[in-house]
Design a protein around this ligand. Structure first.
Ligand code: NDP
Length: 306
């Protein structure tokens, strides 16, 4: 069987090129503020690529670096300050946070309309209720990728491995929105392979290299590998045995160049959407909101906020 790789790098670039053109045409400059607490090396890299992309697209990009020993209340104060700024349309607090902070409390402080990571309880609730607006970027990027490659979702069986609020759960909800039948597995699931072997689509979001093997995947199935694991050799690998799956899976995301670039691209989309949601009351460019959404996401059947 020939395996087709899902090229997130190329698709992410096509989407961000489109966003850059829209911003230029409309003469608007959405602002994205990224808050980084502490010195986590991986977080610094992620934050750097998000900032770089925002700048490339002509957005305003602000980085707020805070020491790891800052108190939770001080972080909340920083978020409140950013929330009140007119030039900041999207706020993203890079995870993970130091262990003395409660991520739920922190996400709750980001106003829903500026919550470009889609982790505020309001936005997560809107997704549960079938009215997604600002949705976590990684699952939204995966949905965009599957859709762009014409992979059918309706009536298909999707198995999600991992149930985090930022990947697994919203992924399951988005696929439900697309009329797939969804199973969610996690660390307490007994015999993971028994579930994944039945799936037309497997999304692995765990953080364990080699967890998903060829023997656990139906021939011709789609495997989306979200995991990002840095081996001692320095090589970046996912959760699935990609070499073993070549020639067995129907579609497969590579690492690097699969899900990662889609996450960054959809963060840019969410920042644009946040801008439009906030500027909407000023009504200068209201038709653009629906126009852009329709052109970029109409086929995904994702409604905008009413
Ligand atoms: P979390 O640690 O929050 O969640 C991991 C999930 O995996 C949990 O639900 C856990 O179950 C489950 N799990 C752990 N061990 C097993 C196992 N043996 N079998 C089945 N399930 C298991 O991670 P995230 O969701 O934040 O991230 C997951 C991976 O995706 C990481 O490698 C991360 O780096 C990567 N990532 C990549 C992104 C990208 O853009 N490419 C973006 C975001 C994340 P339980 O709930 O029971 O503990």
């Amino acid at each position: 069987m020939k395996t087709q790789l899902l090229d997130g790098r190329q698709l992410g670039k096509a989407l961000t090129d489109r966003i850059r053109q829209e911003l230029e045409l409309a003469g608007i400059k959405p602002g994205l503020a990224v808050v980084l607490v502490g010195d986590n090396e991986a977080s610094k890299l992620y934050v750097g690529s998000k900032q770089k992309k925002a700048q490339e697209l002509g957005m305003r990009s602000f980085l707020h670096r805070l020491p790891a020993d800052i108190s939770e209340d001080e972080l909340l104060g920083e978020i409140e300050m950013l929330s009140g700024r007119d030039d900041v349309h999207g706020i993203l607090v890079q995870l993970p946070l130091p262990s003395h902070m409660d991520p739920y409390r922190v996400q709750q402080h980001i106003p829903p309309a500026k919550d470009v990571d889609g982790l505020n309880p309001f936005n997560q609730g809107a997704l549960v209720l079938g009215r997604p607006t600002l949705v976590p970027c990684t699952p939204l990027g995966i949905l965009y990728l599957l859709s762009a490659y014409g992979i059918p979702l309706e009536g298909k069986h999707a198995v999600i491995v991992g149930r985090s609020a930022i990947v697994g759960k919203p992924m399951a909800l988005l696929l439900l929105e697309m009329n797939a039948s969804v199973s969610v597995c996690h660390s307490k699931t007994k015999d993971l392979g028994l579930h994944t072997i039945q799936a037309d689509i497997v999304v692995a979001a765990v953080g364990r290299p080699g967890l998903i093997q060829k023997t656990q995947i139906k021939e011709g199935a789609t495997v989306v590998d979200v995991g990002q694991n840095r081996l001692e050799t320095g090589r970046l690998v996912g959760d699935a045995d990609l070499d073993g799956l070549m020639g067995h899976a129907g579609f497969l995301t590579p690492i690097p160049g699969g899900v990662g670039p889609m996450t960054v691209a959809l963060l840019m989309w969410n920042t644009l959407l946040a801008f439009l949601l906030q500027e909407k009351p000023k009504a200068v460019r209201l038709p653009m909101l629906e126009g852009i959404h329709e052109r970029l996401f109409g086929h995904l059947n994702l409604p905008l906020v009413p």
